[in-house]
Design a protein. Sequence first.
Length: 148
Amino acid sequence: MHRIMFVCHGNICRSPMAEFILKDMTAKAGLSDDFYIASSAVSTEEIGNPVYPPAREELKKHNISCKGKTAVQLKKSDYDKYDLFLAMDESNIRFINRIFGSDPENKVRKLLEYTTGADVADPWYTRNFTVTYDDIVSGCRALIDTLI
């Protein structure tokens, strides 16, 4: 079982998109039983809020539902519950490391480390959810190829 936690700033755009994209990919590949997938935030400002409407709409365009997802914050205790913490950008990495204090098992990485090494485009600033979706799909495909 691969236990994956996607992490972004508020858990309303990129990390929930990644959570539900990877859930969709693993389901379509018959791998759902091999993965436990979640997402969280490094900040507290969006806790309890649903996925941002434009992110929901982008997922909907690809027949992916994120119904019922609300933002939750990453906790220090999560470190022992997951195998990988996949951040959307370098800033997220810094905040994750502050929350955990250290990463002795090298579990904290950027999602696009499996492809270009770049940051996942942040649609909060760009308003381009399609580019973000494409970045996440690319990273998730490469992640699956690496793990399976």
